[in-house]
Write a protein that binds this ligand. Structure first.
Ligand SMILES: [Zn+2]
Length: 280
């Protein structure tokens, strides 16, 4: 049985050949790469939502070079602690992109003797396709955090790395007592990049940590330095950031001239436990 449920009627989905099917006979094709498209067409707001093919390729190029490995490693260690000896955890990556953190978490947990069942979704079809192609141990779907196609209380742990945060949906699909890890940029994450792009760079805001339905446990700062002399990687990094959409032409030109980039990088991992009841 799929970890996902029918996005139309929320009933369980069973694999039937190359499709996932619910008892009401709503049917969803499984693509050749192994993922499923679980956003009803009535809820598709843009023709091609989320990251484009080029943006996904840039992410993959940058992440597979290992620049953000320290963050992935820290996420894995935190997840292991939150799971607290649960040997068969059911886990979800909400907004998984091209699956870098998802796949590495699965491998890490298996290397520690755990048998996780993992799912990941993203609104970008290109991202999900890339994820499913490389990671056959995780079930991937095109889906939205605002309407997660999963039954109530399905997951023991979920993570969200720089993706939309929808606390009510997260609380719904997590079991009571389940763990939530949200990765957000630190105040000076990519400050060196912003110094090239903007005349007056600003620090990232620290976001509020309180969410209904969750007990906030801790903030884990992960800090590093990034240096590259590869102009292709500099552009790939730029394409992964929100600045790609809002940088003035002059800043983009300055970055194109850059032959080396040195910058602080930092994630804050925010760790939560879902409250034990639904009274919030
Ligand atoms: Zn259905």
């Amino acid at each position: 049985m799929s970890l996902f449920c029918c996005p139309i009627c929320h009933a369980p989905l069973q694999t039937d050949g190359n499709t996932l099917r619910c008892p009401a006979r709503h049917c969803f094709d499984i693509a050749a790469e192994g993922y499923c498209h679980l956003v009803p067409s009535s809820k598709m707001h843009a023709k091609i939502p989320g990251d484009s093919r080029d943006m996904v390729a840039a992410r993959r190029r940058f992440l597979s070079a290992g620049f953000y490995e320290i963050f992935s490693d820290a996420i894995n260690i935190s997840a292991m602690q939150i799971l607290n000896n649960n040997s068969h955890p059911v886990i979800l990556d909400a907004g998984c992109g091209e699956g870098y953190y998802t796949a590495r978490l699965g491998s890490f947990l298996r290397s520690k003797g755990l048998s996780p069942k993992a799912a990941g979704f993203d609104i970008s079809k290109f991202a999900v396709k890339a994820a499913a192609k490389q990671d056959k141990q995780t079930e991937y779907a095109v889906a939205s955090s605002f309407d997660i196609p999963a039954a109530d209380h399905t997951f023991d742990f979920m993570m969200n790395v720089f993706a939309p945060i929808v606390p009510a949906e997260f609380a719904r699909v997590l079991r009571p007592g389940g763990g939530l890890l949200i990765a957000v940029p630190s105040p000076r994450h990519l400050f060196g990049l912003k110094k090239v792009l903007y005349d007056t760079p600003y620090e990232n805001e620290t976001i509020d940590t309180a969410y209904d339905g969750f007990t906030f446990l801790e903030r884990i700062p992960v800090r590093g330095e990034l240096f590259t002399e590869d102009p292709q990687q500099i552009q790939a990094l730029f394409m992964m950031t929100p600045y790609y959409w809002k940088t003035p032409v002059s800043g983009c030109e300055r970055l194109k001239q850059c032959t080396a980039l040195s910058t602080e990088i930092g994630f804050d991992l925010l760790i939560y436990r879902r409250t034990a009841d639904d009274s919030f």
